[in-house]
Design a protein around this ligand. Structure first.
Ligand code: SAH
Length: 425
């Protein structure tokens, strides 16, 4: 059981502006310890936000260690096939929605830019299908460090910072000739028909944690350990907090609950934009459907890392609650999934793609690499089961508007790729 914070403890919400450009290792811990001593414990969400995206010392701001040499590896970094199949998903939805003559591809948290690179390669290969369609890419990225890496990957580094006529903080042209824009917030992305993508993005957003006690729900807070200098510990709020009142459902049966309000807000924004301007969103992440409890964890050098030690030097993450995302989208758009990654990729034709790549590769090392990466993505014990795909689609994409009146009058809608079994004609 966690200790309770002193009753006088105030809940403070630090501002991002207080970044304080403290340098060197341990700087983030000292910065947090100072704040905690001055103003009392903070919510886990506040702690996570500071540790990950503090403009001076945050993990993503400084490092953002995606990839083999970093702290965690993601599917697009494992195999090009992953991004290719996602590229095909967008083209398939673009066709099913009547081939609009323009669309924006909007990626949230693009990491190293690998996924967009693989998607743009597919768009180029299928240029004859996409012909006359005006495509642009819009990346939402808070990390200056990662946006630099993305710029090199996607444009060869030829970018213009702070373009005057745009809401973007940077723009450039992809190697395949497509305009790319960078933003800090989804709200800066111009309106328009858009396909959204969020791969391992929602798991990086700050969560609140709640614990059921004999006295009712209490929020888990981060405090300074009174026994050991500059060590952090978890405590429980002495009473209910605004978050316990707003985010715990009366029918909740779990003992411990994590809620990510920021994910809810972003999904609502995506759903509103899709409802207004058309398009679709594909969300892929590890997560559950409102059943799991304590999933908050840290990663450093591909190993689990204590979330409270050396903040700013490790990735902090929590499982995505897809039931919460579904609830937030409700009314505005339809949702599909979550469906397991191995099922989604199988439905997208990963087996066929693997066969073609194996046939085309001459040397054993490449073939082994292909089989190894397929296993990483698909094996239920590896990424196949814990990663899920989830989509937001306009209502009319799944149900004919007049279906209720005349069920037989229309031809069936084309199935949504990935979420239905692949049928080879
Ligand atoms: N999609 C990539 C990277 C995942 S890591 C991949 O799968 O490889 C999470 C990404 O989200 C990073 O690019 C990080 O900088 C970005 N990010 C984290 N919090 C963010 C926020 N609040 N707004 C925008 N981007 C954010």
């Amino acid at each position: 059981p966690l200790p309770t914070a002193p009753a006088a403890a105030r809940l403070f919400s630090g501002t991002r502006g207080e970044a304080e450009a403290a340098g060197g290792d341990g700087a983030m811990l000292r910065h947090l310890a100072r704040k905690l001593r001055a103003s009392g414990p903070v919510t886990v969400a506040e702690y996570m936000r500071e540790a990950l995206t503090n403009p001076g010392q945050g993990y993503y701001t400084r490092r953002g260690g995606v990839g083999e040499s970093g702290d965690f590896i993601t599917s697009p970094e494992i195999s090009q096939v992953f991004g290719e199949l996602i590229g095909i998903w967008y083209i398939s939805e673009w066709m099913a929605m009547g081939k609009p003559n323009t669309f924006q591809l909007v990626e949230l948290g693009p990491g190293r830019g690998t996924l967009t690179e693989d998607i743009l390669r597919v768009f180029k290969q299928l240029a004859s299908v996409l012909s006359k369609c005006d495509v642009s890419v819009h990346l939402v990225e808070v990390s200056p460090k990662l946006s630099e890496i993305q710029a090199v990957m996607l444009t060869g580094g030829k970018v213009q910072p702070n373009p005057e006529d745009e809401s973007a903080y940077m723009k450039g042209i992809s190697k395949t000739g497509i305009p790319i824009f960078w933003y800090r917030d989804i709200q800066d992305v111009p309106p328009g028909y858009s396909f959204y993508l969020a791969h391992e993005f929602f798991d990086a957003l700050p969560i609140h944690k709640f614990q059921r006690t004999e006295k009712g729900w209490r929020e888990v807070l981060v405090d300074i350990d009174p026994e050991v200098p500059d060590r952090l510990r978890f405590v429980l709020s002495p009473s209910r907090t605004p978050a316990t009142q707003n985010f715990i459902q009366p029918e909740e049966t779990r003992e411990h609950v994590e809620v990510c309000p920021e994910a809810g807000v972003i999904v609502q924004r995506l759903a509103s934009r899709i409802e207004r301007d058309g398009g679709a969103a594909l969300v892929a992440d590890y997560g559950h459907d409102g059943t799991k409890t304590d999933t908050f964890r840290g990663f450093r050098n591909h190993k689990l890392h204590d979330v409270l030690s050396a903040p700013g030097t490790a990735d902090l993450t929590a499982d995505v609650d897809f039931s919460y995302l579904r609830k937030m989208a409700q009314g505005k758009t339809a949702t599909l999934g979550p469906i397991k990654q191995r099922e989604f990729l199988k439905n997208m034709g990963i087996d066929l793609r693997l066969q073609v790549l194996l046939q085309n590769s001459g040397d054993t090392a490449t073939r082994e690499q292909l089989l190894h990466s397929y296993d990483m993505l698909m094996n239920p014990e590896k990424m196949g089961d814990c990663f899920n795909f989830f989509a937001l689609l306009p209502h009319h994409r799944l149900v004919h508007p007049d279906k209720k009146d005349k069920p037989e009058s229309k031809s069936p809608l084309p199935p949504v790729a990935g979420f239905n079994e692949l049928l080879l004609k």
